[in-house]
Write a new protein. Sequence first.
Length: 476
Amino acid sequence: MYKQNEKARVYVIKKAHLVLPLFLYFQLSLAFSCKPTEIYNICDSRSNFFYIVVNAKLTGLDRSNFCNFRVDQTRVSSPRFLPKPGTYTSPQSVRITNDDAEATVYYTTDGSIPNASSPVFKEPFLIPEQAGTIFQAIAIKPGTTDSEVVQAIYSYSLVKTGQIISYAANDDGALQKGSPRNYTGPSAPSAYPADHITRENTMGIIWKSCTQGFSGATCVTAVSGNQFTFADASLECSNMNSLNAGAGFAGFKTWRLPTMTELLSTNDASKTSFTLSATTELPVTFNFAYWSSTPYPFNTGFAWYLDYSNGNSYATFNTNNNYHARCVASSSFREGFYFTVNTDGTVFDRKTGLLWQRCAIGQNNDATCSGSASPRTWTQGLSECAQLTLAGKTWRLPNRNELASLYNYALNSAPFIDRTTFPNVGTSTSEHHWTSTTDAINTTRAWYVNFTSTINNIYDSSVKTTGYFVRCVADN
C-alpha cells in the first residue's frame, strides 16, 4: 500500500507544483508524508487522498479516470469485465457492466473496434467456451462522448497430468503445473433419479457416469452391449437426447461423443495401467479403448480413440472396431488456436494462458525460425529449458498436457501444429518433441508429442537418451 500512496503522492505533487499555491503544495507534501492509517487506500472515496487526487486532476485539466471515479462527466464511463480478465481454473460466467444505466455496451470479438453497429452485450459468455477470444467493449450514451474502448482476454488453465513423482529436477512430477482435476458424482437430478451424471468441475465437462451400455449409481446394471463401432457409438450418444419423452438423459439434450481434448483430460500419467483419473466418479470403466468424436483429416477413414490400458491415443484405420463409449453433454472445451505472436521470440496462447518459445532449441530466433532444431536427450531438454532466459521468463520443458495442447487435429498433413505461429517444424521421426512427463510404466522412458505423420498417434514414449526436439514453455 505504501507504493500505491507514493505513486499518488508523486502524481499530485507534480500537478500541485504547476497549479496550486505554495502553502497548499506544502500541505499536500506533508499529508502524504504522514500516511495516517485511515487513508492508506487512495481508491477509497472516504479517503482524503481520493479527493486530493481528483481535485488535482481537475485543476490540472487532466480528465482521465481515477480508480473507478469518472473525472470527465461529459464522457461515458468505461465498461468493466466481471470477473477480471486473466487465467482461471474453474468455469466462469463473464459479464460486461457499466455504471451508467442509460449507457449501452457494445462489443466485438473479431478484432474490430466496437461502435453503435456492433452487437449489444445482453447475455454472459462462458469460460472455457470463449477462452482465448479478444473481447473489446465500448459504452455509448446519446449526448455524451463515447467511453474508452476496453479489452479483455480470458484464459483457461489446463489440468495437471497427474504425475506426482519426480524423476529429475524441473520435470513434471517436480513442478506439477496445471489445475487439479475435480470430479463430483455420480449423482442424479431429482426429476430423473435413474440418470446418473458426473461433473468435471475444472473443465466444466458433464459426463454420463456410466460407460454406454450400463446404468445405475454404480454402473453395474448392464442394459445393452458395451462395445460399438465408431458410427454406432456416435448414435448411442445422440439417442440419449430423445430419452425422457424428449427431455433428454438427465434433462440434457446435447449428448455426444467427447472430443479428444475432453477424453484426454481423463488420462492420468501417474498410473502404470488403467490410466483413468477418476475411477470412483466414473465407475465401471474398462481398461481398453474409448472412442472420441474428433476427426482425423489426414485420413477420413480413421477415428481417434484413447486406450486406458497404456494411456496412449491413436487414430485407428478400422472404424468398425468395437470399442467403448462414454458420452458428454456439456459445451465442448474450446477447440482451435488463439495465439499472439510477440516480437521477442515468444508466442502467447490466449486460450491456455501459456507462453511458448516460438523456435525450437537450436533454431535461430527469427521470424521463420531458420536453421535446424538440435535434438536433445530428455535430461538435456529439462536443463536447457530451465536455463533459458528468453523475454526474462522462467522456462521449463512442457508437460504432456501442455505440449499436446499444441496438436492441431484439423490439419490433413504433417506437421500437425500451427505452421504460421511455429514455422519450420519438421516431419521426420527424429523430430518428435519431448515433454517433461515420465512414462510411469517404464521410468527410463518419457512421453513425447508426435507432430509428424510417421505414426497415427498424438503422443507416445521413448527412451530418455533418445535425441528429440525441445520447445520450452513458461507461465505468461
